[in-house]
Design a protein around this ligand. Structure first.
Ligand SMILES: C[S@@+](CC[C@H](N)C(=O)[O-])C[C@H]1O[C@@H](n2cnc3c(N)ncnc32)[C@H](O)[C@@H]1O
Length: 237
């Protein structure tokens, strides 16, 4: 595993562990971020113009997608069990708002089974870190974005080595202890949160990767209190 790639065996173990987090996913997320994840998700939604075609890559159990309002929504995830949980959750919320159902697609960021130039916004909430090939995922997202469309990524932040070390300590001790208590097993699946974070790159590195892939302009900044990063990268008109 490095800042750009996750090997086949690690990625398949990661998928098994992500699936095992489903029953406690929202609960541990809230605890791990001291409730800040809700504010960060709201911040991403605020960037989306109503009436847009939105794709969420790595939708997980639907935590973000259920609250995208006034848009056509497509949810993509490689884990069928995630899509099974996300589908009723997102569609119940949409139906209650009088909106049409969302579309659910099984697939990875690296090989998106959707047409070119289809979306105004592509959002990746805490899933970019799990891409097996981050550059390939960024290229595929660029392909499915409409000209002028935007990619918005929100993930665990890492400004530099020291900041990364503090993030590692936080995940290992704080999140790890809580996850062990909730999951009631020493080898709990949230261990992978720390593993993928250790190999995650810095804000500067991914901004450069996005520019190399062809996005312009590219912005990236840490979100208060420094635990998360948000990138906004545009496809040229
Ligand atoms: C931590 S969950 C994030 C769920 C949700 N987006 C949220 O807001 O909390 C990460 C999700 O990314 C998905 N994922 C992992 N690798 C992926 C890939 N290569 N392409 C797309 N999604 C991926 C996982 O299956 C998982 O559901």
């Amino acid at each position: 595993m490095d800042s750009e790639h996750i090997g086949d065996s690690d990625w398949s173990q990661l998928q098994t562990n992500l699936e095992a987090t489903i029953p406690v996913y929202d609960r541990i997320n809230r605890f791990a971020t001291l409730g800040q994840d809700q504010r960060w998700r709201k911040g991403v939604r605020a960037q989306i113009t109503p009436g847009s075609d939105v794709l969420e890559v790595g939708c997980g159990p639907g935590t973000f997608a259920e609250r995208i309002e006034g848009c056509e929504v497509t949810c993509l995830d490689p884990i069928p069990a995630m899509l099974e949980v996300a589908r009723p959750r997102v569609n119940n919320a949409r139906t209650a708002r009088g909106e049409s159902e969302a579309t659910f697609v099984e697939g990875t960021a690296e090989s998106i089974p959707l047409d070119d130039n289809s979306f105004d916004f592509v959002c990746c909430l805490f899933s970019f870190r799990d891409f097996q090939d981050k550059r390939k995922g960024l290229e595929e997202i660029l392909r499915v974005l409409k000209p002028g469309g935007k990619l918005i990524i929100c993930d665990a932040g890492k400004a530099n080595f020291l900041h990364g070390w503090m993030g590692w300590l936080w995940m290992k001790v704080w999140v790890g202890t809580y996850a062990r208590l909730i999951c009631k097993q020493d080898d709990h699946p949230w261990k992978w949160l720390t593993k993928t974070y250790v190999h995650f790159g810095t804000t500067r590195q991914y901004k450069k990767m996005m520019r190399d892939v062809g996005y312009t302009p590219v912005k990236g900044r840490l979100l208060f209190p420094g635990m998360a990063v948000r990138f906004i990268a545009q496809k040229s008109e």
